[in-house]
Design a binder for this molecule. Structure first.
Ligand code: GAL
Length: 419
C-alpha cells in the first residue's frame, strides 16, 4: 500500500512535469464491454492511454452485466496475478478493498481535487474507509424504458406510458397490432433489472429503500412485494417466447429494427441506438420506467485499481487513474456509453436530450432524496445477497406456477438465509 502511494505520487509529479516515454508501461484492464456500443466506448480509453505510449492489454470477458468478468477476476487474484484495473462496482469494491487487494489513490485524488468535483454518492462508491480505491467512469441510470417511436405510432399508442396500468394497456394494443410489446433479454440479471423498475414504479422510493437498501424484513415479504411480482408476471406475458438466454443488446436491436416496441434497460442501451444512427425523440424515445419519473436508480461504473508489484506497471496504472477522471475521457467515453459524466463540472452541450434529462434528474433526485442505488446492477447489497435475490426473481420469471406469495417469502429467505 505504501509503495503504491509513493508510486502514485511519482505519477502526479510526472504529470505536472508532463514527462513522456519515461513513464510508459503496460496496463492490463479487465472489463466486459463487448457489445457494439460498449466496444466503441472502450476504444476512447485505449486511445488516451496510447497517447502517453503506455500499452493497453485488453482483458475483455464477454457477458453483459459482468457476471462472467467477476468470476475471471477472482481466478486471477487467487493466483496472485491481478490486472492493473477492473470494472467492478458498488459493494464489490468494498469487498475487494477489505481483502487489502486495492491500491490507495488518495495522492492522485488530492492532486486532482476529486473531493471537489465528485457528487457524494459517487465518492462513497469509490472510497473504502475514507480512502479512494477506484475511479468512477460515469453515472448510468437503470430505470429507463426505451421505445421505438414508429412501432408506437403504428399501434395507436399516442404517448409513452408513465404508469404501469397505462403501460399494460399500451402493450395490449401493440400486441394486437402484430408487434412484440417488450423485447426481453432472458438472463437472470436482466430479469432482476426489470423487477427492480417494477418495484420502484409500483411501490415507490420509500418502499424500494426499505426493501433493497435496508433489507427490512417487513418490506421483503409483504403485500407490496407480492404486488410487484404480480405485475412482473403480467409484463412477462408481453414478451416473446424466444427471449430465454438473449443478450441485452440483442433485445435492444429488436427495438432498433422495429420488431419490438419497448425495452426496460439502463442507459448503456442508448449506446446501441447511437451506434445504429438513431436519435432520441426521433426514431426512439428514452423515458423513465413507468411510475419512476421522480426517482433515479444509479449505477456507477468504476475502475478499481489493484496493488501491483512492478514499478512500470504502477506508473501506467497511475496514468490510467488520472485519465479516467479527466474531462476529455469523461466526455468522449460517456457520449458513446449512454451514461453521464461522474464529475459535476462538465459542459454537457455535446450530449443528447436523454443524457441531459439524466443529468437534470440526477440533480433533482439528489435534492429530493429519491436517488437510489440499483440493486439489480450490483450497487446496493452485498454480492452474496445480490446473487440470492437474483436467483429467486429469475426462478419466478421462469416458473409460471410459482405464486407471488411464495416468491415474496423466498425473497426474505434470500436476504436472511436460515443457518
Ligand atoms: C452493467 C454495467 C454497464 C453495462 C451493462 C451491460 O453492469 O454497469 O456499464 O455495460 O452492465 O453490460
Amino acid at each position: 500500500m505504501v509503495k503504491t502511494l509513493i508510486s502514485l505520487l511519482t505519477v502526479c509529479i510526472g504529470l505536472l512535469l508532463s514527462a513522456k516515454d519515461v513513464y510508459a508501461g503496460e496496463v492490463e484492464v479487465l472489463h466486459f464491454w463487448t457489445s457494439p456500443g460498449e466496444a466503441v466506448s472502450v476504444t476512447e480509453l485505449k486511445e488516451l492511454i496510447a497517447r502517453r505510449k503506455h500499452t493497453w492489454k485488453d482483458f475483455a470477458v464477454v457477458g453483459g452485466g459482468g457476471g462472467n468478468a467477476m468470476q475471471a477476476l477472482k481466478q486471477r487474484v487467487l493466483v496472485g496475478k491481478p490486472p492493473a484495473a477492473a470494472t467492478i462496482k458498488g459493494p464489490a469494491v468494498q469487498e475487494w478493498a477489505a481483502l487489502n487487494t486495492l491500491a490507495n489513490l488518495d495522492a492522485m485524488a488530492t492532486f486532482d481535487h476529486w473531493d471537489q468535483v465528485l457528487p457524494k454518492v459517487v465518492q462513497d462508491a469509490v472510497k473504502h474507509k475514507g480512502r479512494y480505491v477506484a475511479v468512477p467512469a460515469n453515472i448510468h441510470r437503470s430505470n429507463w424504458l426505451y421505445s421505438n417511436a414508429e412501432v408506437l405510432r403504428k399501434s395507436g399508442v399516442t404517448a409513452v406510458p408513465t404508469k404501469f396500468d397505462e403501460f399494460l394497456a399500451a402493450a395490449e394494443k401493440i400486441k394486437a397490432a402484430g408487434f412484440i410489446p417488450i423485447a426481453h433479454g432472458g438472463q437472470a440479471w436482466q430479469e432482476f433489472l426489470l423487477f427492480e423498475s417494477i418495484v420502484l414504479g409500483v411501490n415507490g422510493v420509500d418502499f424500494y429503500k426499505r426493501a433493497f437498501m435496508d433489507l427490512d424484513p417487513s418490506a421483503l415479504n409483504s403485500a407490496e412485494m407480492r404486488r410487484a411480482f404480480d405485475v412482473f408476471r403480467r409484463v412477462k406475458s408481453y414478451t416473446d417466447s424466444k427471449s430465454k438466454g438473449r443478450d441485452w443488446n440483442a433485445a435492444t436491436e429488436m427495438v432498433i429494427n422495429g420488431k419490438a416496441a419497448f425495452q426496460f434497460m439502463g442507459d448503456w442501451a442508448k449506446g446501441e441506438f447511437v451506434v445504429a444512427g438513431q436519435r432520441p425523440g426521433k426514431e426512439f424515445n428514452c423515458t423513465p420506467a413507468p411510475g419512476t419519473g421522480q426517482a433515479f436508480s444509479y449505477v456507477i461504473d468504476t475502475f478499481a485499481m489493484f496493488q501491483l508489484k512492478s514499478w512500470e506497471a504502477q506508473k501506467a496504472q497511475g496514468y490510467l487513474a488520472y485519465v479516467l477522471l479527466g474531462k476529455e475521457f469523461q466526455e468522449k467515453f460517456n457520449l458513446r456509453k449512454g451514461s453521464i459524466p461522474s464529475r459535476r463540472d462538465m459542459d454537457l452541450s455535446k450530449f443528447d436530450d436523454c443524457a441531459k434529462a439524466s443529468a437534470r434528474d440526477f440533480t433533482m433526485s439528489e435534492a429530493a432524496k429519491t436517488l437510489v442505488p440499483s440493486v439489480a446492477i450490483d450497487m446496493s447489497v452485498p454480492t452474496v445477497t445480490h446473487a440470492a435475490l437474483q436467483a429467486v426473481i429469475s426462478d419466478f420469471w421462469n416458473n409460471d406456477a410459482m405464486p407471488s406469495s411464495e416468491a415474496a417469502s423466498r425473497v426474505l429467505l434470500a436476504a436472511y438465509p436460515k443457518k
